[in-house]
Design a protein around this ligand. Structure first.
Ligand code: ZN
Length: 684
C-alpha cells in the first residue's frame, strides 16, 4: 500500500485539477479534456476520499452533489443590506437619473452597464480563499443560509486564490433551455410547473435537500464584490472577480457618457432573445466606488444605480372560461380559454393560471378583459385583469368540489398549492399515465399518441398501462374501432411488442413514479440490475444513494407497495416486459447479476403458469384485492372458481379464511398462503 502522505497529496492534486477543468468547462466554455477523462478524475478522487476521508478538502468538487437535507434554513443578517434597485422604463428617465447624479457629484461620471439577469440575488462569503457561507437576499436585510444548495452550482467557485475576507454578490439563474427541459420533465412526472426561469431558480434554492438542488442546472453570475484594498472602480472589481474565478457576464461594458449608455441599452433590447438566459433589462451603475459612497442611498435603494426595464411582450384579450386539466398524478391545473389574439408572432388562445391560489391572487374572473404575457418560448400566462372595464357580469371561478372528469374526491397535501383528484382510476389520469408510459424517453411506443390513448381508454380496451401487452388478445375489437383497420392495428401491436425490450431505465421512468425523471431512473437501473431488487430494497438503502435522497426514496418505496401498482406490475411482468438489465458480456465476471438475470428472464418467458389450473380463493390477502388476484390468475392462464371440488388445483388462503379451507383440508386439496402464491408467480 502506498504511504498515506501520497494519498493526501494526490487528493489535493485531483481537487485542484478537477476544479481547474470545471472552470475551463463552465466559465471559459473551453474544455481541455473529454467528459470521459473528467469522469475518471472524479472517480479517482471519490475513491481516495472514501478511503481517506480525513484528507477530503473543503473545496472538493465531490461536495457539489449535495449533503444531508436540512430541517429549516438559518436566518443570517447581511453585512451590508441588499437593497432593491429603482426602475426606469424610458430613455428620458435614464437622462433624469444622469442629471441627478451629475448634480450631486458636480461632475460627469463613468457608467458601467450590465444585463439585468432575471434570477435570484445571493451573497457569498469567502474566508481564507474558501466558500464559507451563502445567503439569499431575503428581505434585503437578512436572508436564508443556503450554503449547501449554492455549493452544488458548478459555475460557483468553491475556492479562490485570494485569502482575505471577500463577499461576492450575484444572481443565480436558470438557462432558458434548461428551464424548458426541467418543466417538460416536471410535466411528465406530474408535478406543478414553474412559471418562468426565475421562478424555477427560486424554487430550487428553497429546497431543503441539497442533493435535489444538485440535479438542477443552476448558474451564477457575480455582479459585485466587497473586499479590503481592492480596486477603486466597479468595472475593475468585476475584472478582478473574473480573474480569481467568478463567472462575470461578458456583456458588461464601461461608458463615459449617458448617450452611449442609452444606445447600448436600446440595442441590447433587440439582442435579448438571442441570449441563453432571460434578462428583463439593463442595470446602469456609477463606476467610481468613491462616487458611489458620495451618492449614498435612500431608505429603499442606492442613488448610484438604476435599472432600465425592457417592455414585456403583452397583449389584452377576453377570458372566455377557465377549465381544469387533470394531470398524470391527479393535479388539477386551471387553464384560461381566451379569445384568440396575436402575441409575439403566434396566435394564443390558452394561457396557464398555474393554480387556484394564483387565480385568487390575480382576482381574475370569467369574462374579464385580461393582460397576457409571453416571455421567450414560455407558455403564455395571464398577468392581470383590467378591473376598470368590468360590467358586473363577470363570474368568479370556483374550484369544484369534485374532479371535473371522474367526479372523484379532491385533496390538497399540506404545504402544497396543487389540488389533486384522489381517484387513481380517474380516466384523465389513466390516459396521462399511459401517454407517459408510451412517450419517447419511456417505452417509446410509436403510434400510441394522445388521440390513440384517449380512444383506447374510452373504448375500455385499456384500464392501465399494464393492459397494453395483452391488447393483442383484443385484435378484433381493435380493428373494429373507427379509422383503425387491420394494418394500423397490427402496426400498433408490433410497436407495443417491440417496446418490451427497452432498457430497464426506460421502464422505470415509464412507470411514472412521482419525482423520478429519466435521470434518476438511469441511476436506479445502474444501481439495481433488476426491477425485483428495486421493489424489495429498504428505504434506508434507497435514501443513501447519492442523487436520490429522502423524498425520491420515499416516493419509490411507497410506489412499489401500492396494491394497484403491484397488480399492474404483475401484468407487465407476466406479459414478458424486460425487467432486468442484461449483462453486457455474457459469462463476464459480473456473476451475481448475471445468474439473477437468467433466473428472472426464464421466469416470465412462461406466461401461462396457471394454465388449466382451477383455483379457489378464501380469506383476505395483504397485497392484492380479490379482483386483482382474480385478474392476475386469469392473466397467467388460470381460472378462479367459487367452490372447492376434487377438480380444484389449489386453494389460495389469506387471513381469516372461511369454510372453503376446511373443505379443502377434508378433500386433501393443496393449500397455499399469500407468500407461497407470490413465490409461485415469481418462480413460474
Ligand atoms: Zn378525476
Amino acid at each position: 500500500m502506498k504511504p498515506k502522505i501520497s494519498s493526501n497529496k494526490r487528493i489535493k492534486e485531483l481537487t485542484d485539477l478537477i476544479n481547474k477543468h470545471n472552470r475551463k468547462y463552465y466559465l471559459d466554455d473551453n474544455p481541455e479534456i473529454s467528459d470521459y477523462e473528467y469522469d475518471l478524475l472524479v472517480r479517482e478522487l471519490l475513491e481516495l476520499e472514501k478511503k481517506y476521508p480525513q484528507y477530503k478538502r473543503p473545496d472538493s468538487p465531490t461536495r457539489r452533489i449535495g449533503g444531508e437535507p436540512l430541517k429549516e434554513f438559518k436566518t443570517i443578517k447581511h453585512q451590508f443590506p441588499m437593497l432593491s434597485i429603482d426602475n426606469t422604463y424610458s430613455p428620458e428617465e435614464i437622462l433624469d437619473f444622469d442629471k441627478r447624479v451629475i448634480k450631486l457629484l458636480a461632475e460627469k461620471p463613468e457608467y458601467v452597464v450590465e444585463p439585468k439577469v432575471d434570477g435570484i440575488a445571493v451573497s457569498l462569503i469567502y474566508q481564507d480563499g474558501l466558500f464559507f457561507r451563502g445567503v439569499s437576499r431575503g428581505d434585503g436585510w437578512q436572508g436564508d443560509e443556503i450554503t449547501a444548495n449554492l455549493r452544488t452550482i458548478k459555475s460557483l467557485p468553491l475556492s479562490v486564490p485570494f485569502s482575505f475576507p471577500l463577499e461576492a454578490r450575484g444572481e443565480i439563474y436558470f438557462k432558458k433551455e434548461d428551464f424548458r427541459f426541467l418543466n417538460s420533465e416536471r410535466k411528465r412526472r406530474g408535478e406543478v410547473l414553474f412559471a418562468n426561469p426565475r421562478n424555477a431558480a427560486a424554487g430550487s434554492l428553497k429546497l431543503l435537500d441539497s442533493s435535489l438542488v444538485a440535479q438542477r442546472p443552476l448558474n451564477f453570475f457575480a455582479y459585485t464584490g466587497y473586499f479590503k484594498n481592492g480596486p477603486k472602480e466597479h468595472y475593475r472589481v468585476l475584472q478582478f472577480l473574473k480573474k480569481i474565478g467568478f463567472p462575470v457576464n461578458s456583456h458588461i461594458k464601461l461608458f463615459s457618457g449617458i448617450e452611449e449608455v442609452i444606445e447600448y441599452c436600446q440595442n441590447f433590447q433587440k439582442e435579448r432573445n438571442k441570449l441563453p438566459y432571460d434578462i428583463d433589462g439593463m442595470v446602469i451603475k456609477v463606476n467610481s466606488l468613491l462616487d458611489q459612497e458620495k451618492l449614498g442611498r435612500t431608505t429603499k435603494s442606492p442613488r448610484w444605480l438604476i435599472a432600465y426595464k425592457f417592455p414585456a411582450v403583452q397583449a389584452t384579450t377576453r377570458l372566455k372560461d377557465i377549465i381544469l386539466q387533470v394531470g398524470r398524478t391527479g393535479i388539477l391545473t386551471p387553464v384560461a380559454l381566451l379569445e384568440p389574439v396575436e402575441l409575439a408572432g403566434s396566435t394564443v388562445s390558452r394561457a396557464t393560471l398555474h393554480n387556484k391560489d394564483e387565480i385568487q391572487r390575480l382576482d381574475v374572473r370569467i369574462g374579464d378583459k385580461v393582460f397576457i404575457e409571453k416571455g421567450g418560448d414560455i407558455i403564455p400566462k395571464v398577468l392581470k385583469a383590467v378591473k376598470e372595464v368590468r360590467n358586473g357580469k363577470e363570474r368568479i371561478f370556483k374550484m369544484p368540489g369534485e374532479c371535473p372528469v371522474c367526479g372523484g374526491k379532491l385533496y390538497q397535501d399540506a404545504g402544497e398549492v396543487a389540488v389533486r383528484c384522489e381517484n387513481v382510476r380517474c380516466p384523465a389520469q389513466v390516459k396521462e399515465r399511459i401517454k407517459h408510459f408510451a412517450s419517447r424517453d419511456a417505452m417509446d411506443i410509436e403510434g400510441l399518441g394522445e388521440a390513440m390513448v384517449n380512444l383506447l381508454v374510452e373504448k375500455k380496451l385499456l384500464a392501465d398501462y399494464g393492459d397494453l401487452y395483452s391488447l393483442k388478445l383484443k385484435l378484433a375489437e381493435l380493428i373494429s374501432l373507427e379509422r383503425m383497420g387491420e394494418k394500423s392495428s397490427r402496426n400498433l401491436l408490433d410497436a407495443i411488442e417491440k417496446s418490451k425490450g427497452k432498457p430497464l431505465s426506460n421502464f422505470i421512468f415509464a412507470l411514472g413514479i412521482r419525482h423520478i425523471g429519466i435521470h434518476s431512473a438511469e441511476i436506479l437501473a445502474e444501481k439495481f440490475p433488476s426491477l425485483s431488487e428495486i421493489r424489495t430494497v429498504d428505504l434506508e438503502s434507497l435514501s443513501s444513494i447519492p442523487e436520490i435522497g429522502p423524498v425520491m426514496a420515499q416516493s419509490i418505496f411507497n410506489f412499489f407497495r401500492d396494491k394497484e401498482i403491484i397488480f399492474v406490475l404483475e401484468k407487465l411482468r407476466g406479459a414478458g416486459v424486460k425487467t432486468v438489465e442484461r449483462p453486457t458480456f455474457v459469462g463476464a465476471p459480473k456473476q451475481r447479476n448475471h445468474s439473477e438475470a437468467l433466473d428472472e428472464e426464464s421466469i416470465f418467458s412462461e406466461k401461462n403458469i396457471f394454465s388449466e389450473k382451477r383455483i379457489v380463493l378464501t380469506g383476505t390477502l395483504k397485497d392484492f384485492t380479490r379482483n386483482q388476484v382474480t385478474g392476475l390468475i386469469k392473466h397467467l392462464g388460470g381460472r378462479v372458481t367459487s367452490s372447492v371440488s376434487p377438480k380444484t388445483s389449489f386453494v389460495l388462503a389469506g387471513e381469516e379464511p372461511g369454510s372453503k379451507l376446511e373443505k379443502a383440508k377434508t378433500l386433501g386439496i393443496k393449500i397455499i398462503n399469500e407468500k407461497e402464491f407470490k413465490s409461485l408467480i415469481h418462480a413460474g
